[in-house]
Design a binder for this molecule. Structure first.
Ligand code: EPU
Length: 374
């Protein structure tokens, strides 16, 4: 494991913003990961006893503070995709387990699955980031979420310093949520689990999820009545390209906020005022999911719609104190874009302004989906 110091993190995040990491290393194997964590627990060339750890995948869902990260950044590049026969005895002829290293590109895994005729993650096509980040925030899009297919997560338990296999239940998945976001040592700021491999249960003859409004409209427009797995992947890629900014070109982390949950009573109140407001029973998953089982009793509302139609901020761009620009994307108000040298503080200020406006207009207190790293 090669350790570097004072490495700019802007180059490793899709926001392309942020200060330096005090220590930085890339790990490509579980042994190297152990070495990196051991260093964090007892850094040889440091007076501190232990260092906070930040695990970096594709850096596509974080905003790094301008002051940087005073700890060790571990860039997880443990790669590889393989069909797993480890759990084969538990499954029927139609299912297959596919495992991928945490550092593998998420979309490589989706492309691999679709190419091999395996159903389950095609709706999650073209999401930036790595496989290891998928369980952390339970990525979701177009009526599907990672938790629906994840069977097991292998991780280094940094407290016990041993590798563990966590079941789907152990991961406690929710809407953009899992234990990996919460299990952290409060003193050392080290995450309890660092994911190394994620296993998915995929299906050979599955059913396509094509109920999401954008997807239905896409196939109607193209006159495709019986779409294939490949058609669905292509449709998702085209929809995403038309609605979301290309992170290679823009400084962004996709949706900046989570879609909020409100009580049914609050939802009825909002509907009175805004009859077109989209809302769906919360299922601990996608906002527009067609899965109606396992509802929480609350309603999820589309914050993109509120920011656009109620707060009128879709496409709003402001000049910042630092001379840069920050704004919401012209086709999707939930997405914040930073450019022309805007700083992390600028993005944070702008996000606070959006939080304030939503609160003033609707009474809803919204939360960031993007992780703030400092
Ligand atoms: N809408 C507007 N104006 C906007 C944005 C949205 O009117 O500026 C409306 C849409 O027309 C639609 C509703 O709001 O009726 C919901 O919008 P959309 O389908 O785009 O989905 P979303 O809830 O805003 C979520 C995810 C996205 C994911 C899409 C598609 C979250 C926080 N975001 O957005 O994920 O791609 O669904 O499934 O759950 C991400 O996490 O980075 C991300 C982009």
């Amino acid at each position: 494991m090669k350790l570097s110091e004072n490495i700019s993190l802007a180059q490793y995040t899709t926001f392309k913003i942020g200060g330096k990491a005090r220590f930085f290393c890339v790990v490509t194997s579980e042994d190297e990961l152990v070495e990196a964590v051991e260093f964090a627990k007892l850094p040889k060339d440091s007076k501190t006893h232990s260092l906070p750890i930040l695990v970096l995948g594709g850096g596509s869902n974080m905003l790094v503070s301008d002051a940087g990260f005073d700890g060790i950044v571990i860039k997880n590049e443990i790669s590889g995709i393989k069909v797993e026969d480890k759990y084969i005895k538990d499954i029927g002829d139609d299912d297959l387990f596919v495992s991928a290293g945490a550092g593998e590109s998420w979309d490589n895994l989706v492309e691999y699955s679709v190419r091999n005729g395996l159903y389950g993650i095609e709706n999650l096509s073209a999401i930036p980031g790595t496989v290891g980040a998928a369980p952390v925030q339970n990525i979701g899009a177009y009526g599907a979420e990672a938790a629906q297919t994840i069977s097991n997560v292998r991780a280094l338990d940094t407290k016990m310093m041993k590798f563990v296999e966590l079941s789907k239940e152990d991961c406690k998945f929710g809407y953009r949520d899992s234990i990996f976001k919460h299990e952290r040592d409060l003193v050392t700021k080290q995450p309890r689990y660092i994911i190394t491999v994620v296993s998915f249960k995929l299906v050979k003859n599955g059913v396509l999820k094509i109920d999401y409004k954008d997807v239905r409209e896409y196939f109607d427009k193209k006159n495709i009545t019986v779409p294939t797995l490949t058609d669905l992947r292509r449709s998702i890629i085209e929809i995403r390209t038309s609605k979301l900014p290309d992170w290679k070109e823009w400084g962004t982390a996709g949706s900046f906020f989570k879609n909020p949950s409100v009580t049914v009573v609050k939802f009825a109140e909002l509907k009175d005022k805004y009859p077109d407001l989209p809302g769906f029973p919360e299922i601990g998953g996608e906002t527009n999911s067609s899965d109606s089982s396992n509802t929480t009793g609350d309603m999820k509302v589309s914050l993109g719609w509120i920011l656009d139609k109620v707060c009128d901020v879709r496409g709003l761009t402001v000049d910042t104190a630092s001379g840069g620009k920050v704004g919401t994307y012209s086709s999707q108000a939930l997405v914040i874009i930073a450019r022309d040298g805007a700083t992390a503080a600028d993005v944070l200020d702008f996000s606070k302004e959006l939080i304030r406006r939503v609160k003033d207009k609707t009474g809803i207190v919204i939360e960031a989906e993007v992780e703030w790293v400092c």
